[in-house]
Design a protein around this ligand. Structure first.
Ligand code: FAD
Length: 412
């Protein structure tokens, strides 16, 4: 038996004994957590089973195949939990990991600011210690799902008198408090996935520091590494069988993925170009056929790179150049696909509503594609990473390097 087969067999026995679709989802997730199957690659002491990294994906898909439910989807499970595991104190791990992995608490990422996106370390939201809590003042922006999050992964500046990367602290911010005001932003594609978050004398208990005061940058890098890894949002394909746990899991996924309903469109929908061309009666147009062939070739090549990266990750390798290459390729494919859809649809591609081309999907593609080149690090930043880290080209000039944050013009 290979190790994968052994894991499948052990999990199958466990599910046969403990899975009951009639139970409450929360109770099932508690069982999953106690058994170590929620996050099998984690240490046994922290809800895992000390299995290799590839076991997480295997177990998650096997749970679904067996008709059961895995840990919750979302940035709590994908970003906050591994960051807390890697950098949090034992007390924080004890207090925060369980509620994330059972779905009791949802999280959002409070990193970007109006003046700090690509230059994230230039952030200026401040945190000042007052007794046994930190007082937070500043503004965050672009914060996906902050309007229904219980906790925020917050980066704030605790020391403006040291170089910018050194004076940052990573906090677990309770979102439901008077000092936290979340305002939804309306996007040009009519969705409202992001928020501005205004922090006015918001409080964070001193114990909620992740990774130590002034050491937030290292913890932030962990979150960002996981963000690249999980940028492909996949909805779990839960069984449609009856049962309380399954119904609650489907409702949880509906709620979570409502925010991301336009994400397939922002990827350009290359999967729809052939149907679109046939529906528009232009599938024998040689220029359109060439454009489609070029797009699908790009997509196929990129999927092989992604597959190489996936296998490397499953074998426990640290993320390499594939992340930046994949991110850039996704932007190129999305833009190229939007162009092909526009060629096919012509002016009709701009129409929205049920009687428009592919029921408004094409219009949503055209309005959503620009997001891919920005989210999770812009195209230019990916090019900088490839130039410096992979090609070994000279580093970008960084005039604020080594200077105390307070002395950087327009910052401190
Ligand atoms: C769909 C989506 C979801 C997001 N979700 C979240 C979230 O949940 N939480 C969160 O905190 N943030 C989130 N963000 C924010 C995202 O991380 C930032 O938008 C991104 O890092 C870019 O920052 P910025 O918008 O401030 O642009 P800027 O950094 O101001 O960039 C403006 C332009 O200048 C270019 N540029 C900047 N620096 C350089 C350089 N050194 N070299 C060359 N060119 C450069 C950029 O490439 C870009 O074209 C999200 C963004 C999107 C689009």
């Amino acid at each position: 038996m290979t190790s994968a087969e052994r894991i499948r067999a052990e999990l199958g026995d466990w599910v046969a004994t403990y899975w009951d679709p009639g139970m409450a989802l929360r109770d099932w997730r508690e069982r999953l957590l106690t058994s170590g199957w929620a996050v099998p690659s984690w240490p046994a002491r922290w809800h895992g089973r000390d299995l290799p990294a590839w076991a997480d994906e295997l177990v998650a898909s096997e749970l679904i195949r067996l008709g059961a439910v895995g840990p919750p989807v979302g940035s709590g499970t994908w970003l906050a939990a591994p960051t807390i595991l890697a950098h949090g104190s034992d007390e924080l791990r004890e207090r925060l990991l369980g509620p994330i992995l059972t779905g009791q608490q949802t999280w959002c990422q409070l990193f970007s600011e109006p003046g700090a996106g690509s230059d994230l370390a230039g952030l200026s939201t401040s945190a000042v210690l007052d007794g046994d809590s930190w007082v937070i003042n500043g503004q965050k922006v672009w914060n996906t799902s902050a309007h229904h999050a219980d906790m925020g992964m917050l980066l704030a500046r605790t020391d403006p008198d040291v170089p910018k990367h050194n004076g940052i602290t990573y906090f677990a911010l309770p979102m439901h408090q008077p000092g936290v005001e979340v305002r939804q932003l309306r996007q040009m594609n009519f969705h409202a996935s992001f928020n501005e978050v205004f922090l006015t004398d918001a409080r964070v208990p001193a114990d909620n520091v992740i990774g130590g005061v002034g050491h937030g940058w290292q913890a932030a890098l962990t979150t960002l590494a996981y963000e690249r890894r999980f940028s492909a949002l996949r909805r779990p394909d839960y069984s449609t069988a009856p049962g309380r746990a399954l119904a609650e899991a489907r409702a949880e996924a509906d709620d979570h993925f409502a925010t991301y309903s336009w994400y397939p469109q922002r990827a350009g929908r290359p999967d729809l170009v052939i149907d679109h061309a046939r529906a528009a009666g232009v599938s024998d147009d040689p220029v359109i056929r060439q454009a489609i062939a070029k797009l699908l070739t790009l997509q196929r090549v990129s999927s092989w790179t992604a597959e190489r990266a996936r296998v490397a990750r499953a074998l426990g390798a640290r993320p390499g150049a594939e992340g930046a290459i994949g991110k850039l390729a996704a932007s190129n494919i999305a833009r190229e696909s939007a162009k092909v859809h526009a060629m096919i649809g012509g002016a009709a591609g701009m129409l929205a509503g049920p009687d428009s081309p592919l029921r408004g999907v094409i219009a949503e593609v055209l309005l959503s594609v620009p997001a891919v080149s920005i989210a999770g690090g812009t195209d230019e930043i990916q090019k900088n990473i490839l130039a410096e880290k992979i090609l070994g080209l000279p580093a970008e000039t960084r005039p604020d390097k080594g200077i105390p944050f307070r002395q950087i013009p327009h910052r401190g």
